[in-house]
Design a protein around this ligand. Structure first.
Ligand SMILES: Cc1ncc(COP(=O)(O)O)c(C=O)c1O
Length: 404
């Protein structure tokens, strides 16, 4: 399909034929026969949970990101909670984070009774702006949670330098960024603690699951206890030592990920590089295809990073279009392209407005861009035809509404 022919077509939202017959989701897992077999094998074994697969997955993961320790959790959110606990956040403390994220990044601070303080984002990456971060530091600040938005690593050198001056714990929310690198260093070995998610739309999946990586043995020990009720040694260790005695030394949770899912995670991790390559290919194809479309701005990759391309968020330029983001979004959905929006800035959610009195206007960079964001489908299982369908739909909708 050429650009001229798509322009001449009636939009599906106006009764025309959609670009594709079935909805293409914005993200989706890839599960193969080896994945399924690995799960079946565990189901036939003695250990469904707290067994050998957990430590194996953790070791494999730590090696992959170049960290000394990896501590698994039942979700990325539980892993964030663990990191907030290990950072010793408590009532009266503050932690600075970006509003352009999933609510869980800020919620984990609230779980600890501490206060999330937002700092605005840089316009190009939509990651925490280091200057804004520095401005939000108060005597109560204990930690910073930098988010690798869409898979693009945050400005970690600047963030770490500012944090070091104040002795703040640096947590990197890399739920979007498994496989990314920052100045040649794998994400997962840069911050004091780095948090990952294995939700199905991510680079590898365990259904639900998460991980914290760290080089700090004290953090690692606290994280292991926290995810297991605050108990000081694991059930399997005790059984192998023939002991019954255990001690609960802190108030933890059951945030364990079972062996069934760790087996899946290990199998998936073997395909991480090919998943990343495919995502990079798709991003490059999108960026090349949208170069000539005035109404659309594509995401960038700073020279010092390699993005993991979890998302491909375009910005629609309202100046070049007769409609806003909502109409553009609706038209894309009608073409059967499962677009999404990442994110409603966290401070604008009703819970945060009600609890902290946010009214909008506090974080202009995040809010301005939020009104224009649309995430296009991006997952490693996309076929070349899927990618071309997305390009055709964006071209069709953008050209139709273009005012030039
Ligand atoms: C930036 C970010 N942080 C945290 C999470 C929470 O991860 P999970 O869904 O595994 O709990 C997500 C989930 O999508 C996320 O995108």
């Amino acid at each position: 399909m050429t650009t001229t022919s798509v322009k001449a077509q009636t939009l599906a939202v106006h009764g025309g034929t959609p670009v594709r017959a079935t909805l293409l989701p914005y993200g989706r897992q890839s599960v193969d026969e080896a994945d399924i077999q690995s799960v079946v094998d565990v189901l036939r074994s003695d250990w469904l949970t707290t067994g050998p697969r957990v430590a194996e997955f953790e070791e494999m993961f730590a090696a992959r990101v170049g960290a000394k320790h990896a501590v698994s959790f039942s979700s990325g959110t539980a892993a964030l909670h663990g990191a907030a606990f290990a950072a010793e956040l408590k009532p009266g403390d503050e932690a600075v984070t970006s509003p352009m994220t999933f609510a869980a990044t800020a919620n984990c601070v609230l779980y600890q009774g501490a206060t999330p303080v937002f700092a605005d984002v840089s316009g190009d990456t939509l990651n925490l702006d280091p200057d804004q971060f520095e401005r939000r530091i108060t005597p109560n600040t204990r930690a910073v949670l930098a988010v690798d938005y869409a898979g693009h690593p945050a400005d970690m050198d600047a963030i770490r330098n500012i944090a070091a001056k104040r002795n703040l714990v640096v947590v990197e929310d890399a739920c979007h960024a498994l496989g990314a690198s920052y100045r040649g260093q794998a994400v997962g070995s840069v911050a004091d603690m780095t948090v990952f998610s294995f939700h199905p739309v991510k680079h590898i999946t365990t259904g639900e699951g998460g991980m914290v990586t760290t080089d700090n043995s004290r953090f690692a020990e606290t994280l292991r206890r926290f995810r297991n009720h605050g108990i000081s040694s694991e059930a399997r260790q005790r059984q192998s030592q023939g002991q019954w005695h255990y001690e609960m030394v802190l108030l933890g949770f059951n945030y364990r990920i079972p062996d069934i899912l760790c087996a899946l995670g290990m199998q998936q991790l073997k395909r991480l590089d090919s998943n990343l390559n495919r995502r990079r290919q798709i991003a490059a194809r999108y960026t090349a295809a949208f170069k000539g479309i005035q109404a659309v701005t594509t995401p960038i990759e700073r020279p010092e990073v390699i993005s993991a391309w979890h998302l491909y968020p375009i910005r629609v330029r309202s100046e070049g279009l007769s409609v806003g983001r909502s109409e553009f979004f609706r038209a894309m959905r009608a073409e059967n392209i499962g677009v999404n929006v990442h994110y409603t800035p966290v401070h604008l959610h009703p819970y945060y407005r009600d609890r902290f009195g946010y009214k909008g206007g506090e974080y202009p960079a995040a809010e301005e861009v939020y009104d224009r964001l649309i995430s296009l489908p991006m997952f490693h299982g996309m076929t070349d035809e899927d990618v071309e369908d997305v390009i055709n739909a964006v071209t069709k909708v953008a050209e139709h509404y273009s005012v030039q």
